[in-house]
Design a protein around this ligand. Structure first.
Ligand code: ADP
Length: 577
């Protein structure tokens, strides 16, 4: 088995149909990953590029350490299970299972042993003599799975394998495939448009829309912390209720009279700056509960429909802030005596808030910005009079001769709770809110000095309390520097050699770096792009040469560049800048 890595993968079909754009994913060895999304969002295309059934327009795909962009499908050592089982109708189940081994001239006894093992694993031992037409749909699907298992491939790809089965069988096969994954511990990549299938089977899910991966996370994290309204409403059944609201101080107004008070937890998770703005409020049906006339959020005089599902009751009713019915799910049998007004309460720590771009505003900052004093000292920069950033000028994205103040940029993932190096940058905070996620703890804190918002991520074992004072430390190598407006002045890490301004030119399918210096061209026959920074009108490329030396190049903006791309060098007579 192997890991599978997709780097900036895009697919454009003839007629300029963009099916997949800039897809990045690192699938771990043995992981069960699901691609889910509505029809036409690019799931199958992505899977087919991994399988080698479609060319990759740009980007790279690795299986294990091997770049497979130009490897023939049959040499990629992966197995694909389709919805139409593609069994050979004239062969017995035994022969169908053993066919690929036979083609590889495997000995008869070996074939027999392997077929028997796989048949035992899939519970189809008694079917080995039958022909495919003598099997049920579920049995055929099992044989198709067995045929893949027998080859012990590097990864299994599934393209909607259960969509031809009836509902009952689908549920059964779903759990069988999950069990099988645990037994063989293989890398499984599974495409479905069915959100229940996705939520119940995958270790991680990639939610796709219009060719873009919207969010990649565990089922629980996606359900509880969707990054936008698309993910929020796509996962979960019945769907999340979406309301138009206006935030005024700590109240969310659904209409002029009806409002929900924002809880302390949500207030502390919210990105600041949305007071007075129109927002989108999301409430899952299960986050409503019955309340009393003394303490309630909504008073409802009429219920349009009651659906009793046994373990839960769904109510369809009208609330302000949305035109359609709101669905409320109650974990109880409501009985038939729903007379008089109904009082409802909302679990206010569990609401979701999105801005007018439909992006969640309850999210962790990718970077935290802290105002600091700055001082140039030769080639170095001194932060807050005591922390040195060596070779600052070399790492700057433009020439800087004077600077007194600015912002340092600290990634939320860079903080530690204890000092690791003497010169670590220290931030004093108070913990304000906490999210327990399936793989990490997320903390929303306030910086003591200026009450600005600091977010950070810790492992699941670190338990900090709300209200606790915490000192956070960030290694100097993780810091970036911006001016007061947040424009990047210096990028962090990686950049150890001076930035060189270069021109690039596309010749045929390849990109060349043009340079007048023959020595440069000779020393760097080709350069591999490791990382790209966006500098508004320009781009900064962190590259390594064939001797594994790092350097950074600044070029005019060109969106066709991607991580992992190879650039070649070429001497030009004209002086380039
Ligand atoms: P999904 O599997 O999510 O339903 P697909 O990957 O099949 O989506 O398709 C993504 C997009 O690419 C769709 O707009 C589809 O019409 C288009 N597409 C798929 N295959 C081809 C093809 N062979 N030629 C042109 N367009 C295609």
């Amino acid at each position: 088995m192997a890991n599978v890595k997709l780097i900036d993968v895009s697919k454009v079909y003839k007629g300029n149909v963009r099916a997949v754009t800039d897809f990045n994913l690192n699938i771990k060895d043995g992981e069960f990953i699901i691609f889910v999304g509505p029809s036409g969002c690019g799931k199958s295309t992505t899977l087919r590029m991994i399988a080698g059934l479609e060319d990759i327009t740009s980007g790279k795909i690795y299986i294990g350490d091997t770049l497979i962009n130009n490897v023939e499908p049959r040499d990629r050592d992966i197995a694909m299970v389709f919805q139409n089982y593609a069994l050979y109708p004239h062969m017995s189940v035994f022969d169908n299972l053993g066919y690929s081994l036979k083609c590889h001239h495997e000995k008869k006894e070996v074939i027999k042993e392997k077929v028997n093992n796989v048949a035992k694993l899939l519970n189809i031992k008694e079917l080995l003599e039958r022909k495919p037409r003598e099997l049920s749909g579920g049995q055929r699907q099992r044989v198709a799975l067995g045929r893949c298992l027998i080859r012990n491939p590097k990864a299994f790809l599934f393209d909607e394998p259960l969509s031809n089965l009836d509902a009952k069988l689908r549920v059964q096969m779903r759990s069988e495939i999950s069990k099988l994954h645990k037994q063989v511990q293989g890398t499984f990549i599974y495409v479905t448009h069915d959100q229940t299938e996705a939520m119940t089977m995958g270790d991680r899910i990639v939610v796709m829309r219009d060719g873009y991966a919207q969010q990649i996370d565990t089922p629980v994290n996606l359900y509880e912390h969707p990054v936008n309204t698309f993910v929020a409403t796509f996962l979960g059944s019945p769907q999340m209720n979406i309301f138009k609201v206006k935030l005024v101080e700590d109240k969310l107004y659904l209409d002029e009279r009806t409002y929900l008070v924002v809880s302390e937890k949500i207030k502390n998770k919210m990105i600041p700056g949305y007071d007075g703005e129109e927002l989108i409020l999301g409430i899952r049906p299960s986050d409503f509960d019955i309340a009393t006339s003394e303490d309630y959020d909504f008073k409802v005089s009429q219920i349009d429909l009651v659906e009793k599902l046994g373990n839960e009751t769904l109510l369809y009713l009208d609330l302000p802030g949305r035109e359609e019915n709101t669905i409320v799910s109650l974990k109880m049998d409501m009985g038939d005596d729903l007379k008089g007004p109904l009082y409802l309460k909302v679990n206010k720590d569990k609401i979701h808030l999105f801005n007018d771009k439909e992006e969640s505003i309850l999210k962790i900052n990718e970077f935290n910005y802290i105002p600091v004093s700055l001082q140039l000292c030769g080639e170095d920069l001194i932060v807050e009079k005591e922390h040195k950033i060596s070779h600052f000028k070399d790492k700057c994205v433009s020439e800087i001769n004077e600077i007194n103040q600015g912002l340092i940029r600290i990634p939320s993932t860079s903080f530690t709770l204890s000092r690791k190096n003497d010169d670590d940058f220290e931030v004093e905070t108070i913990i304000k809110a906490k999210d327990v996620r399936s793989d990490a703890n997320v903390y929303f804190a306030e910086r003591k000095e200026d009450k600005s918002r600091i977010t950070f991520i810790t492992s699941k074992d670190e338990h900090l309390k709300i209200g606790q004072n915490i000192k956070l430390y960030a290694p100097m190598s993780s810091l970036g520097v911006s001016d007061d407006e947040g424009n990047i002045l210096m990028v962090n890490d990686d950049i150890i050699k001076p930035i060189i301004d270069v021109e690039t030119k596309r010749i045929g399918k390849e990109y060349y770096i043009l340079h007048q210096d023959k020595a440069f061209v000779k020393a760097h026959k080709f350069l591999l792009i490791e990382k790209i920074y966006d500098l508004n009108s320009k781009m900064l490329l962190c590259v390594i040469n064939q001797k594994k030396e790092k350097m950074s190049l600044r070029i005019e903006r060109d969106d066709d560049f991607f991580n992992g791309m190879l650039l070649y060098t070429k001497t030009v007579k004209n002086k380039t800048k």
